[in-house]
Design a protein around this ligand. Sequence first.
Ligand code: PEP
Ligand code: MG
Length: 749
Amino acid sequence: MRPRDHTKLICDIGELSGLFSDASSLDGFLQKIVEMISQHMHSEVCSIYIYYENSNELVLRATKGLKLEAIGQVKMKLGEGLTGLALKELRPVCEKNASKSLGYRYFPDIGEEQYESFLAVPIVRGTNRIGVVVIQNSQKNYFSDEDIKVFRAITSQLANTIETAKLLISFAEKVDGPVVLESSKSLKLVKGRIGCEGFSFAPAIVYEQSAMFVSPSSEAGFRQFSLEDFYRAVQETEKQLEALQGQIEEKLADVASLIFTAQILMLKDKSFLDAIVKAIGQGINPPDAVRQIVTQYAAMFDKLPNQYLRDKKHDVLDIGNRLLENLVGVIDAQHDFYGKIVISRRIYPSDILKFSSFGVTGIILLSGGVASHLTILAVSLGLPVVFCEEPQLLKLTSGTQLILDADQGNIYIDPDVDVIESFRNKEKDRDLALKLKADVKDVTVTQDGTRVFLMANINLLGDLTTARAYKAEGIGLYRTEFPFIVRSDFPSEEEQYLIYDKLVKGMPGKEITFRTLDIGGDKVLSYYDNGREENPFLGMRSIRFSLRHKDVFAQQIRAILRAGVGANIRLMFPMISSLDEFLEAKGCVNQCIEELQQQGIECHKNPLIGMMVELPSVIEIIDELADAADFLSIGTNDFIQYMLAVDRTNEKVADFFLPHHPGVLRALYRVTQAAGRHKKDVSICGLMAHQERFVPYLLGIGIRKLSVDARYLHKMQKAFECADLKTAQKETQNLLSQKFIRDIEDLLK
Ligand code: PEP
Ligand code: MG
């Protein structure tokens, strides 16, 4: 028997799956898989059968070794033959002498009779039966137990891709409905990058920067309206906005009150209303007057130097549309986002809050990266997000049905009944899986008894509920800036105190780490003009901003210290680049404590003060920093961004954002080593902390505390429970000795 290199096969299959992208490559893709497998396994036949739930049939879709005419012709019921049996019983079926086997089903004329060794491995995802891969060989007893094991690994690796392929086949065979895209008739599936997992089946709404006004029905368009009609529309709009505001108070208690501020303010703005009234007074029909003045205002916003402020024209257009809608009755409700999947070129973190409050069920973005703060916020809001580079999506007619499978990063356009059915089943599976998650334990220990602390990242107060449900052992990172970014002015010390107080009371007795204001980069304050920055991530960001604006910084620190009375709080500075910076920031905290005491205001007097490790510059001085700080927390999102010079928000360079780059792995090891030498607590709170494949590495370099978005707590607990410290340490040493990214990738698989 010829030797078979299983590792190479697994790698090649993984690579091939990664390359699979669109419908046109589907047949070739399946064919490549069977050819690759048969070549690696030195098997004479390899075939893929796809299972169709509706007909309960397996159909041959690709083969190497059997006659090609058999494709699409050979069919069998679930449970029929050895292939059907494998899928029915969800187990591999291996026969040394297939023709003598009772269950063997022989198909004349496809050239299969001389192959005696038979191995069928089901392709399954969750509880979804997807198909079967079959390999055959004329030599008896050809497949070993090892082959079966490896084959199971391969089919599970292929499951996602083949499931997609299966859906595509059903598109190709059954979709004969209207073409939904103007310029790409073949676009049925778009593959993107996962921003926030989840899925949604809903109509699309394209949120275009250029979107202007809703258009009246022809009847309403010719009607003459009065000034009274206009005032009534203003009142109605105000009521609607306030009602919307009220609806979301509960979900977004810390930020809700400010989401619609811009619109409400505008609606109350005398000069804006007066301009419309004046136009009406000049004989212009009120809907036209609204359009005219709103257009003028939008144009004024368009001229502003700051991109973020320029984009505020959406708020103006939104108000215009609401007014028009209330004036002439519901027309083409373009801005009715409820229950829709938004497709947009670009949005801001504050927009995502708005979308969530409008009842949007998913977001597709043509820019932005998976490590952006938009994504982080989407996780808090439970909004599925996919990033992709397909501009044609912006041409979709609003209302086109979409399935947004953000678990896989796939977007299905106008799916047919079978596809929808398959996603409904997935939905049920997910509900079941959520129920099963109730078994989360109070503490996390590895197989060998090593204790690991799983903390929650909190972005919005709403995350507390999830954090408690999944038994977070504390808050490892509270991103304090989110309440700042949706406001129209800096929140006062008192306003901040109220938010922080809720946070502290929401996690009684547990360790809570407040990260001080980290604005700038992709988190812009509409009310603070930073001037134009070509590279905001390298600009007046984070601790630089706080140290430049000590009054703002002091107000925040005071609010935290006051809310933290009697609680186990820690303060942490983001983006520290030097010992000088750290000590300066620490000095501000000490000064605030002194002042509060002098003023007789109750406050926490000795919180632990630590820093985030996010910049490469600190690696060389990590010993001094570990000595000065009470704790270190590694923010891998920024650390990777700055170490590898990859904009974390730029989808185009997302492939270069590599947590497993040897430089990153070794640098993080130096951080944990330094923390160990100085007996300081070290944790990790970037997105890398919730990627299961890094569990052995993190354990191996000495990480015992991780902070992840609350919804990942359970899966991380499971991952650590499967890990063993000694093995992890050995694997880590091996990883750290690698010099090529590719070799590290192989090891992490
Ligand atoms: C990080 O950079 O890894 C981090 C946790 O902070 P943020 O994502 O908020 O920048
Ligand atoms: Mg950061």
